[in-house]
Design a protein. Structure first.
Lengths: 417, 417
């Protein structure tokens, strides 16, 4: 981990830049996969599974039960309750607004009918991501909820899928799984929106399909954590948080902004100790290579930097963190105080862990109940309303040279004269 | 306008299919424009304006004042108030949820800092679209609000831009304007999200840039209206509504679902009369060629059809329309009763007229206050919270083989033993 002093940094934007992949190369690699799945359906899925994952799949759909420990069942239950509580609080009350006498406007939410979840397999099979996506989908009232994940699907994922009411589970991964949910195949139904993280091929597939009008959750990049710590922060807490992010992948990035140079060195020492015992030590070390610490003069300066970096996860391990909430402009999810570790939010605090990376937090929100609904606007205009709003509509339509728009109102005005 | 009887229709999905354009051709035409703007900035913008619009632009930025009639000023003011009222009602109250003792979660909205609006010029310069985009942007608190529109920019657009607090206006149109706002040029600042309608090149540019992670409002296609009418509906009202949509463009589509065959024929007769006096008669006639009417057996059947079609605009010109609201699953904006003409919503009722077309209403909402903010989640966990949630996090992290995630919690648990 490099250490900078904020005064020595000429251009902060350079440090805030994420290491992007070459879209064009990725896209031209993924595009033919999408086309073949659209054309050949299941046959293409099985071919690619054999080609990329070396697995021969007989049945794409998985109906088998799964066994997990009672301890894990209990943990899933606690997480389920917390995530459900927080996302249920996002249900909107519909308010009717009479914008002028006789002109009533309101808005209602409707669930997106068919939703597809992609859950990566591989080094860490994220059963927690099933909770994060399926629970709000169920609260929203999505009718059809399907899940794709590369074979073999972990017992944890299968258990949570059943627990959360996922309707059907398919053992297929990669870009081909995304294509299957976008276009539909003989076995896998087409969905209206696709959710979930994945490797660069999965992400490229989602971005390409989005450009064809297929709805996705949010663009995704490598996971990130930015920690702001003061002289009061415990080095072992800070070190453990940085490592919990670093173990995600070698392309992950962790950033430490600290007001105290001594503290930074302590943290780095503790990291060296803690990292040695990690099973994913090699990955964590790789991530730390892309990571850095900055010594800042005060917390305000740190938050200014953080707003420009727009981190996926932001930990404020400082005194009275609530004082700084209003200053935070760009972040996915924020963890307040020494005891709010990122892993709490990753699993069970109740907030969603599907969050904007790569500075997308400047323009995107993380996944929430909103992600699973559309909001339809309604208006009801009475005769009185027509009298009140009519002349305005006529004048504006006239000014835009849209005579038929005007006529629709004029005819109504005349009818009630 | 073709007339079908619902019983004769074998496959409704065929009628619901929109006439799409060839993405690939469009994309390969637009891609080089985007690249040249990214590379050459203002120089490229001026070159393309001359090439495509035959206009030589000296200054990209427009600072001139504009004069419009007092009548139009008054109309804009009424529309402004209604739109502001409806969108202000969308401001969310932040609710803190204690998901379990000592674990507090909440969510706060933050404005997207820099927003770019694209306003088409050409046959109908939509000053109303400036109202629809700039008003919620201002309510959200967006700091920098810029507008691009092809030269010459209409007085109405310039007036509304000033009235709504748009910071800077640039006279550049087409795909090159979208690229300018996405990448930034010497004159035009880069923005965090791009809004606004446009022709197929503008749309292709937005979709291509979105696949590179640049945020846009919603995918766009030709405008549409679906009217559900019963035997009680006035043919002249229905005809005027269908024509108000048809005059938008030859690629627009209007659909009439009616329970009464006689009524359908009456409406078509009235259309023939009303269309003759329209300045945009040729366009409207073109649109009617892609349009159709369906005779349905009852309103339930009509709404079922409409949900599958997922119209941008839906008019319920029927008795007691509120009875059917709960059945409506997919639509952009809905107009209830005989006096709620679409043009009221297009201009001044208060709802937003930037809506999902081409059946995108199945997965997308129209533009609202939400479109101009990000929602950041927060969590604050106390020592008590760590005791309560700790074991759950440890167990789930263990099950995902993410030891460092577990450690971050274990260290905290141990610290308070």
């Amino acid at each position: 981990m490099k250490i900078y002093n904020i005064d020595q940094i000429k251009d902060i934007s350079v440090l805030c830049k994420r290491g992007g992949t070459d879209d064009r190369e990725l896209f031209s690699y993924v595009q033919p996969i999408l086309e073949e799945v659209e054309k050949n359906g299941d046959r293409a899925l099985k071919k690619f599974s054999e080609k990329f994952e070396g697995v021969v799949i007989k049945d794409l759909e998985v109906k088998s039960e799964s066994r997990i420990s009672d301890e894990l069942k209990a943990a899933f239950k606690v997480a389920y309750c917390n995530i459900e509580k927080f996302h249920k609080a996002q249900i909107e009350k519909n308010r009717e607004v009479e914008t002028m006498p006789g002109v009533k406007c309101f808005r209602e939410s409707r669930a997106i009918e068919r939703v597809g979840l992609y859950i990566p397999g591989g080094s860490a099979a994220l059963s927690s991501t099933v909770l994060m996506l399926a629970i709000p989908a169920k609260i929203a009232g999505c009718k059809e909820l399907i899940l794709c994940s590369p074979p073999p699907i972990s017992a944890g994922i299968l258990y949570v899928a059943k627990m959360t009411g996922v309707n059907r589970v398919f053992q297929v991964g990669g870009a081909q799984a995304i294509a299957a949910m976008a276009y539909g195949t003989e076995t896998i139904p087409k969905v209206d929106k696709i959710f979930g993280p994945g490797n660069q091929y999965v992400t490229a597939a989602k971005m390409l399909l989005q450009s064809k009008g297929i709805a996705i959750d949010i663009p995704a990049g490598p996971s990130e954590l930015l920690v702001i710590a003061d002289d009061n922060a415990r080095p072992d807490f800070v070190a453990s948080d940085l490592l919990s992010q670093a173990e995600h992948g070698e392309d992950s990035q962790v950033v430490l902004l600290c007001t105290d140079e001594k503290k930074v060195n302590e943290v780095l020492k503790v990291i060296e100790k803690q990292i040695e015992v990690l099973p994913r030590k090699k990955i964590a070390k790789g991530a730390l290579k892309n990571s850095f610490a900055v010594i800042v003069s005060d917390i305000d300066q740190a938050i200014e930097f953080s707003n420009q970096y727009a981190p996926e996860h932001l930990i404020l391990n400082i005194r009275s963190p609530r004082k700084y909430i209003n200053m935070i402009e760009n972040a996915g999810s924020v963890f307040l105080g020494p005891y709010s570790c990122e892993s709490a939010g990753d699993y069970a605090s109740g907030t969603n862990h599907t969050l904007p990376t790569s500075a997308y937090a400047k323009s995107y929100s993380g996944v929430s109940l909103d992600s699973f609904v559309k909001k339809i606007t309604f208006q009801e205009i009475s005769k009185e309303g027509v009298k009140n709003i009519g002349p305005t509509v006529e004048t504006m339509a006239e000014s835009e040279k849209l005579q038929a728009h005007k006529n629709a109102m004029t005819i109504r005005l005349n009818s009630i004269k």
